[in-house]
Each structure stands twice: as structure tokens, then as C-alpha cells.
Design a protein around this ligand. Structure first.
Ligand code: ZN
Length: 295
């Protein structure tokens, strides 16, 4: 298979897609498997091992309602023509054609890339890296990439792999709407004339089809951008900041997160720029972790 066809296969993984509902299972499994391959682990890994590692990634990087269901991507990736499962014949199927998790464990079933795919990936490390970068760009916001790579033990050092470019006007429009300060803490440090560590965040991610418009944006300092993108806080219908019960800490937690709990956003300068409930609801359902604390 030539390089382009390989890249195309990973770009068009059969994913469950519906109205921006996140489907991180297959992308995370592929990233995990590439990480193992790059570190010289075997091509085929026992399901029990994948279950532990992928379960951890899903609990960290999946939506909060995601069942850890690691058997689904492990089994369904076979349909994408890049993945095989050993002893598949022994495994009983559910009504939806998925595997029984119990059987995957009991029969010590192994899964991994096909021979052809694995040898191609091993022969061309830049190809692996390009695939991983494509999956990150396609499914997760920039603020997550480094964390996911670390979790999967991958270092992106390929030459010529460029990060996805965005509409540069989005940033400018959002920062202007919020008068160049963080919508949570008001941070507005400048270096000369330029704001620093102040970013334009998408409420509904670009990767989930969120548009580059003011009502889907927030100006956030780097810290609040990351906390928002990872679901440590979300916004209520009244545009109050709501902190997750799962978020905690000592140094910084009170000063940088908890003290804003129940407070209103620093609103943008025009009412027509106020975040839209279409997007804040998406963030609540797809990104926010756990339940919010009592107000
Ligand atoms: Zn801030």
C-alpha cells in the first residue's frame, strides 16, 4: 500500500458520528497501538493489556458519559482494514455484532495492526507520526495534544508534519469581543502591544464542528483555556462558571478555579456575542467532567 492510501485509511476510520457527539475510542486505540509499536512492543497485544491502558485513556480523554467499553474499538477496528484480532472465531457476539468482553479475556485474545500495516509503520516512523498528528487534529483540541501524547508515550519529532491551521480572524474577533482579557479571571498581560498567554477558545470544539463565531468563543488565559478544554469547569445557562466535583487541589485551586465558582463570566462587549446555549450545552455534555459542585 502506498503512503497516501495508508494515511487515507486512518483519516476515514469508521466512526460513530452524530451531531458532534465525540467518538474518541478508535482514535485513542490507534494512538495507543502506534505508541506500543514505536517502542518496539509486539504487533499483537493481549486484550487484557489493551483494556487497562485504553480504559485509562478513555477515562481521561473521553466524555464523562463514555462507558469504558474498550472491547468495542478493539473489535470494530477490524472493519477498518488495518487491524486484526487473533482467535476471533472463539469469541461470542452480542446482538449488535460486538464481542463479549468476558471471552476476549478468557481466551486471551490478541489484537493489533495487520502484518502489512505494522511493517509499513515500522519502516517509516514519520508515517506513524503523521497518522498520530492527524488523529489528534481531527478529534482533540490543541491544548490536549501534548497530554495525550505523554499518556501514550509518543514523542512527535517528525520533520514536515505541520499542525492544522485555523482561521486567524477567529482569534482576533474573540479577543476583541472580550476586550482582550480572560473571560474568567480578567488576565490581560501584554508584551509591548501584544496580549500574551491569552487565547481564543472554542466552546464547541472545532473538531466537533463548532464554528469560528463569537457565540462559540471565549477569550481565556492559557490556564483557564486548558482547564475549560479538559472539563474542569463549564458554563450554566446563565453563563455562570461551574466547577467540577472532580477538580481539586491545594496550591492554586482556590485562587484560580474555586473562587470563580458560581460567578458570572466577564461578559463580551455586546450581547450578540454572548455564548450560545447550543454550544455551552455541548460543552457540558461532551467535555465537562463529573457533576458540578453545589452553588
Ligand atoms: Zn484566566
Amino acid at each position: 500500500m502506498d503512503r497516501e492510501s495508508v494515511l487515507e485509511k486512518f483519516k476515514t476510520l469508521n466512526l460513530f458520528r452524530k451531531d458532534g457527539v465525540r467518538a474518541p475510542h478508535k482514535p485513542l486505540l490507534v494512538i495507543l497501538a502506534i505508541g506500543e509499536l514505536l517502542r518496539g512492543k509486539g504487533r499483537l497485544l493481549p486484550y487484557s493489556e489493551i483494556d487497562t491502558k485504553l480504559g485509562k485513556l478513555l477515562s481521561e480523554y473521553g466524555p464523562r458519559r463514555t462507558s469504558q467499553g474498550t472491547q468495542y474499538p478493539f473489535w470494530r477496528l477490524q472493519n477498518d482494514d488495518i487491524w486484526i484480532v487473533s482467535d476471533a472465531k472463539m469469541v461470542r457476539r452480542t446482538g449488535s455484532g460486538d464481542a463479549f468482553k468476558r471471552d476476549l479475556i478468557d481466551y486471551n485474545v490478541h489484537g493489533g495492526f495487520t502484518k502489512e500495516m505494522a511493517s509499513q509503520l515500522q519502516a517509516d516512523p514519520d508515517l506513524s507520526i503523521e497518522i498520530v498528528q492527524g488523529l489528534l487534529d481531527g478529534h482533540f483540541p490543541d491544548t490536549w495534544h501534548e497530554d495525550i501524547l505523554q499518556s501514550a508515550g509518543i514523542e512527535l519529532t517528525a520533520k514536515g508534519v505541520t499542525r492544522q491551521r485555523r482561521d486567524p480572524k477567529f482569534r482576533e474577533n474573540i479577543l476583541k469581543a472580550y476586550e482582550y482579557r480572560c473571560a474568567v479571571c480578567g488576565f490581560d498581560v501584554r508584551l509591548g502591544l501584544q496580549p500574551v498567554a491569552l487565547e481564543a477558545a472554542h466552546i464547541k470544539w472545532h473538531q466537533a464542528g463548532g464554528p469560528d463565531v463569537e457565540v462559540n468563543g471565549l477569550a481565556l488565559c492559557s490556564l483557564h483555556h486548558k482547564l475549560f478544554d479538559r472539563g474542569a469547569f463549564t458554563l450554566s445557562d446563565e453563563l455562570e462558571i461551574l466547577v467540577s466535583e472532580n477538580a481539586h487541589g491545594s496550591a492554586g485551586f482556590q485562587e484560580w478555579l474555586m473562587r470563580f465558582h458560581g460567578e458570572k463570566l466577564n461578559f463580551p462587549q455586546r450581547q450578540t456575542y454572548y455564548p450560545s446555549a447550543d454550544y455551552t450545552h455541548w460543552h457540558l455534555n461532551e467535555v465537562f467532567q463529573g457533576d458540578y459542585r453545589e452553588r
